[in-house]
Design a protein around this ligand. Sequence first.
Ligand SMILES: [Zn+2]
Length: 263
Amino acid sequence: MIVDTHAHTYFPGLGERQEEILANMRDAGVSAAIQIGTSVETSRQSLDLAKRYGNFFATVGWHPCDCQHVQDIEAAMRAIKILLQTEPEKIVGIGETGLDYHYDTTGRHEKIRQREFFARHADLAGRYDLPLVIHTRDAWDDMITCIRDFPVRRAIMHSYSDDWEAAQQLLAISDEIYFSFSGMLTYRKNDTLRNVASRLPIDRILVETDAPFLSPEPFRGRQNEPAFVRHTLSVLQHIRPEPPEAVEQAVYDNSIRCFRLAK
Ligand SMILES: [Zn+2]
């Protein structure tokens, strides 16, 4: 059994196909998918899906790229808090939040804003005892500082793609930080990432699709969906020293533990 720990099936193109997506999950042995919010609107959509289908769960929060034009941080976070207060049963995490300095337009002011948003999410995660779903791109040093300072205890590094040294920094901070591998693990050129995934403690690994993005091989270039997470797990089973069944069981157990899915 597998859990896709990061998907956005409310996206156009996937949004109209929920029944088919669920049927494909069943065929692939994917028992659940976590729908990840990136704004108050998509957090609401994630929650609606979770309320409608037993195999979906939701997280609520602001992606660093989606809150760029949000003027009032206070109001933006209040909207997230209201979702948490009114619909706590199906919300299993806070985020995705994080730092994304990829674009040249990310000046000093924008970086400060992203960190402010991150701090608010970290605070909510602590208060509600939920894991924090973290997105990070081209912002590693600041990310580590934030995780240490705020502080973050239980978290998922979504679509982890950094090296072994970076992974060790995280391992040293908290024993409840999980590394979630996406379809990038299956890409031919990604030996560095496979090396990290083969060396990490098995009880810290998750798998995800980030659907509709990052399709694994052999579906690269096509629209991704939760069932395809099976292909990422296959690569993981291939590179890990443990027997394949033990890898699947461990990654499944990690998903349940990290998101408290059996609550
Ligand atoms: Zn995402």
